[in-house]
Design a protein around this ligand. Structure first.
Ligand SMILES: [Zn+2]
Length: 294
């Protein structure tokens, strides 16, 4: 082990170009392609609501407001294209794919009474994409799996190691780290404020999700015992906020109504049901928006 550590030091010192770019990290172009391909597959195979559905109109307006409020220097040179869709299923969940596609389930929207609560989830997901959390997690995971000797061999070859064809279910199976989740909460909070949404909505969503987790609810809550701490830290940010809090915005009546009536005619063609899921429901395989590998 001592020898390999020395070798690593040597590689890093002698190859500054390799040291500055992580060859295990999917490039921004790779992330865009992976996310766009998977989003296209979801839109084809899952019951995704049409653009004319009031819930989609409402979500896209909130999404556009938040994207417009991202500080320009965070987006400079970034190829992200944010899109917002709703999968018409009862799951209480939402997730982001690399590069910008964001999906909500109608199940989570049914639990929300204000636009601010929706904006809380949107802000959080936007930051996962913005700061390339999936790509960082993928690189870290690969390095852990390969071990240091294999890493050295590959580094000496001087190649980029990431192979887009080998990603497989890693698009969904990697939980985010505690650091990434905290960052998404904090930066997402700031984007909400800039866009004029009340950040109490973010705290309320966390509380709602924590309650949902009781008694065999969504898996993320059972695997996230510190959900309450996160609520507390958002409440703390609100307490220390020096900017005036934007007024709370109620949801559009049409969107709430659409969520309470079955609307199969409003769906895009898709298999529906639950057989073609991307995730099996086992720990770590669901794209839970709060899923953290910590
Ligand atoms: Zn998250």
């Amino acid at each position: 082990m001592k020898q390999s550590t020395a070798l690593l030091a040597c590689v890093v010192v002698m190859s500054p170009a390799l040291a500055s770019a992580d060859p295990f990290r999917p490039s921004m172009a790779d992330q865009v392609k992976l996310g766009a391909d998977e989003a296209a597959r979801i839109r084809k195979e899952e019951p995704v609501l049409k653009a004319t559905d009031p819930r989609v109109i409402e979500l896209r307006k909130i999404g556009a407001d938040l994207v417009a409020a991202i500080p320009p220097n965070s987006m400079r040179g970034k190829p992200w294209t944010y899109t917002f869709d709703i999968i018409d299923k009862k799951e209480v969940n939402a997730f982001a794919l690399p590069g910008g596609p964001i999906f909500f389930y109608s199940g989570i929207l049914e639990k929300m009474t204000t636009k601010d609560q929706i904006a809380g989830v949107v802000g959080h997901e936007i930051v996962h994409v913005l700061n390339q959390h999936w790509a960082s997690q993928y690189a870290d995971n690969t390095k852990r799996r390969l071990g240091i000797l294999a890493v050295l061999t590959i580094l000496n070859a001087g190649d980029t190691v990431f192979d887009i064809a080998s990603v497989g279910d890693a698009l969904y199976s990697l939980g985010y780290s505690r650091k990434h989740e905290t960052e998404s909460d904090k930066v997402g909070y700031d984007i909400m404020m800039r866009a004029g949404y009340n950040p109490n909505g973010m705290a309320e969503t966390f509380e709602m999700l924590a309650k949902e987790g009781g008694g065999g609810g969504p898996e993320w809550a059972r695997t996230h015992p510190d959900a309450n701490k996160r609520v507390a830290s958002i409440r703390e940010m609100i307490k220390k906020e020096t900017r005036p809090l934007p007024p709370v915005r109620a949801r559009d009546a049409k969107s709430i109504a659409a969520g309470t009536t079955a609307s199969p005619g409003e769906r895009l063609p898709g298999k529906g049901g639950g057989s073609s899921l991307l995730w099996s429901g086992t720990r770590g395989s669901s794209p839970h928006w709060l899923d953290c590998g910590c």
